[in-house]
Ligand binder design. Sequence first.
Ligand SMILES: O=C(O)c1ccc(O)c(O)c1
Ligand SMILES: [Mg+2]
Length: 598
Amino acid sequence: MRRSIATVCVSGTLDDKLTAAAAAGFDGIELFENDLVVSPWSPAEIRARCADLGLSIDLYQPFRDFEAVPPARLEANLRRAAHKFDVMAALGTDTMLVCSSVSPDARDDDGLAAEQLSRLADRAADRGIRIAYEALAWGRHVSTWDHAWRIVRAADHPALGLCLDSFHILSRDVSPDGIAAVTPGKIFFVQLADAPHLRMDVLQWSRHHRLFPGQGAFDLPGLITTIHAAGYDGPLSLEVFNDVFRQSDPARTAVDAMRSLIALEDRAGLRPLPPAPALRGHAFTEFAVDGGTGPQLREALRGLGFAHTGQHRTKPVELWEQSACRVVLNSAVTRPGAAISAIAVSTDDPAAALRRAEALRAPVHVSAHGPREVSLASITAPDGTDVFLTGPSPDWRADFLPTGEPAAGESAGGLIATDHIGLTQPFDHFDEAGLFYHSVLGLDRLATEEFAAPFGLMRSRALATAGREVRLALTVALLRRGEWAPGVPEPQHVAFSTPDILASAARVPRRLAIPDNYYADLAARFGLPGDVVEPLRRHGILYDRDAHGGELLHFYTPVHGGRVFFEIVERRGGYDACGEANAPVRMAAHRHLRLSGR
Ligand SMILES: O=C(O)c1ccc(O)c(O)c1
Ligand SMILES: [Mg+2]
């Protein structure tokens, strides 16, 4: 199936949009009238530019408020359409989208709508053009796909068919199942958009909050399968109205769009990808450090019980270990302050994982390495983090010469493994990042939480493997960061697991202090007795309990090197989240610490 994208999906002038669509590998576009109207190019020049770029113009849209008008108005509407047919002839495109009328003049009369659309289709057919009729979810009288289909079927004109738009279909309560029974050949065009579940006016929802497939909550693979069953083999075209995408780099947005479509085709069984890698666990987390932040992180790691076990053969890179917890400090990567520069996950077949990443248009790099060194490939995530894939052999640790310092073995209060990694996301790329980790690494999306933090509302989305060997927690501000917020980025973090949080807290000297108010509230909220709360308070341990009785006990370190902190967690009884409920407490405590200059 051909892959198309509506010009409305991306930012910029028409030239920016076409260049981005072509570079991302789309076969065609839907040309929005606005983009044509503001373009200095004539329709013939647009046609030539698209041809140069290898793009077809698959649809011209939208033509509004046509059908079911009082008969006296019909001629004017047909004249209006004739102008568009001229433009379409010059563009070399043969399908025009007519969306259901929103005009107060439209009558609630299916017979009249069918008759007038049939007249329009007559005129279109004379010019070799087809009319694709789309039910807008907020259409005045026609707002569901099945209503549009009844009208198209009644009109029974070869040049009149349906445009199915997943947003208008799945935002309504009408089942899409009947689409499978639409007469073959009568679906002229298919537009795809995802969206989060929101309870709001459907027009606002559609015009501001659409997302690329896989970024929202709609069952698009199911819908595609149904549409496929009706024999549709035309383009799958993304039509996403989104406030953020409208102002982001179009080249990047177009790649995100392409990735979403490739992942959707895979999930719908149309074009299978190499399977998602089975991830075995976190192999290591790499921090970029410099002369100022390196010593701070070393001291912090020592305080947590890590040992500096290895030194890279050729690079200024240190390996720090404790049981299966591994941290790499890299002085060769330059980033402002300390920051997580890479995460590494282990898998049995890194090469297969990279093939999937490449198929999903993810940037894959094979890092420069010395003659006796292990070649590790990485994929750059939308947030700039490099994701390394390590295999069972050769072991990447062979690149490190032992320092002679023994790795701390298991002992009371010792840390066991990496539990999760918290990656703060740039505002413009949150949904892109979610889709990236979901599709490229095959992580499942867990719950999305929102919480009120000191400097604004935050959203957090956890992703994890089915067996929870790898977990990521992505967070972002709900609105672009306010001017009043501190001029430092939200810190990122690594959480390590312990089987005994009290013993771990007793061993870790620098823990984040948590206010007494928190513990008074905790006791009340969860009905915890004093002898349970008191040790938590004494050690600065936070607590959360889920609906199934699973519990999380966790504490934090201060922020180190301006940009990172650590968290120690003990999960009990199958607690599956990442303690998001306590994030505001943590953020306020970090703020107090910063203000007090410690
Ligand atoms: O928001 C709109 O008006 C609009 C226009 C054309 C479409 O195809 C659509 O889905 C929505
Ligand atoms: Mg549409």
